[in-house]
Design a protein around this ligand. Structure first.
Ligand code: ADP
Ligand code: MG
Length: 339
């Protein structure tokens, strides 16, 4: 092994970072949808082919990217969402690391078409393995479309680890449905191999959004739950203890609109169900938690699906109490019961 110490070039750094940010097609989709949400879109269309490995398209009607910023958006650590590290204390956007577009473009054949409404023309950029190969001005609708083809085409080791298209599509369906549930004010459409899998109304009605995505039997078994204190607001649905699942996939939790996985929250929920749950069974819940951003740390992991609560005990107790009292009341809301 050579002893020469080198600073890696940007493309190499991006490919290495892509290993953390881009685990597979579903994480590309998560990052692109998060960008569309941050761009203020009211309409997001996601299309995939062959489990997303061959083709992913995410289109939004958000603010778009200015002509002169399009290339910059694909550079590492390029972000419009924070300026200094202190901004992380109050960050309300889903993105802030400025590495998704750079990472995705380093390991795929990508195209972006984007147009802010103030601009007369749009810009189209083609990037192959991190290199810009084409740029042109084109007519385009307001907003942004990103197409990602042949993910990991230049990382054979990753390609080998790709699951079957079917398995990838299942994970993709799950992540899109969670992001759609986290934003009932945005109309989502998900197309897989030319089939429309679901569309959500985008009318800010969580019940109708749940109905458009999850199975009807589940919806019949959900109880509404709500609590508001000075520091935290919890709103959502939990399942009757008789309606359970074999894993935690349906313990769906959002904190300030961010889909997260939290052992603390899972434990608070499951402890509240306690002996009401059969062994190795888990409840279904969709909980929106709003909390002062100063009380959490979102910068825990590159995929941003983990956060830290500064006051874990308070969060645990609030969720535990909310779920416990909801189960005690145990009344299904009529509006959710199918006609
Ligand atoms: P981050 O989201 O952490 O800022 P990204 O690499 O995901 O980093 O995106 C880089 C920048 O590109 C964003 O900060 C944003 O300014 C711009 N951008 C990305 N996607 C979109 C989009 N769909 N609409 C508008 N701007 C976007
Ligand atoms: Mg982003």
């Amino acid at each position: 092994m050579s002893k020469v110490i080198r600073i890696l070039n940007d493309l190499t750094i991006n490919k290495i970072a892509a290993g953390e940010v881009v685990e597979g097609p579903y994480s590309v989709i998560k990052e692109l949808i998060e960008n569309a949400i941050d761009a203020g879109a009211s309409n997001i269309v996601v299309e995939i082919k062959e489990g997303g490995q061959k083709y992913i398209r995410v289109s939004d009607n958000g603010v778009g990217i200015d002509d002169e910023d399009v290339e910059i958006a694909f550079m590492r650590h390029a972000t419009s969402k924070i300026e200094v590290v202190e901004d992380l204390n109050s960050v309300l956007t889903l993105g802030f690391r400025g590495e998704a577009l750079a990472s995705i473009a380093a390991v795929s054949q990508a195209q972006i078409i984007t147009k802010p409404k103030e601009q007369l023309h749009g810009v189209s950029l083609d990037i192959v393995g991190g290199d810009i190969v084409n740029r042109q001005e084109i007519g385009a609708p307001n907003g942004t479309t990103i197409i990602v083809k042949n993910l990991f085409f230049n990382i054979p080791a990753r390609l080998k680890f790709m699951k079957s298209s079917q398995a990838e599509a299942t994970k993709i369906g799950e992540i899109i449905s969670r992001l759609a549930l986290s934003q009932p004010n945005i109309a989502f459409k998900y197309i897989n191999n030319s089939n429309i899998m679901f569309t959500t109304p985008g009318n800010n009605n969580l019940e109708q959004t749940i109905l458009s995505i999850l199975d009807k039997e589940l919806v019949k078994n959900l109880l509404p739950t709500k609590i508001k204190t000075n520091q935290i607001e919890i709103d959502g649905f939990i399942s009757q203890p008789t309606y359970v699942r074999g894993n935690r996939n349906y313990e769906i939790v959002f904190v300030n609109g961010r889909y997260i996985k939290s052992k603390l929250i899972s434990k608070a929920i499951e402890d509240a169900y306690k002996e009401k749950l059969p062994i190795n069974k888990f409840p279904v819940c969709i909980l929106n938690i709003n909390i002062d951003p100063n009380l959490i740390d979102v910068n825990v992991h590159p995929t941003k699906t983990e956060i830290k609560f500064h006051e874990e005990q308070i969060v645990y107790s609030l969720i535990h109490n909310t779920v416990t009292s909801c189960l005690r009341k145990n009344v299904t809301i009529p509006s959710l019961v199918m006609k």
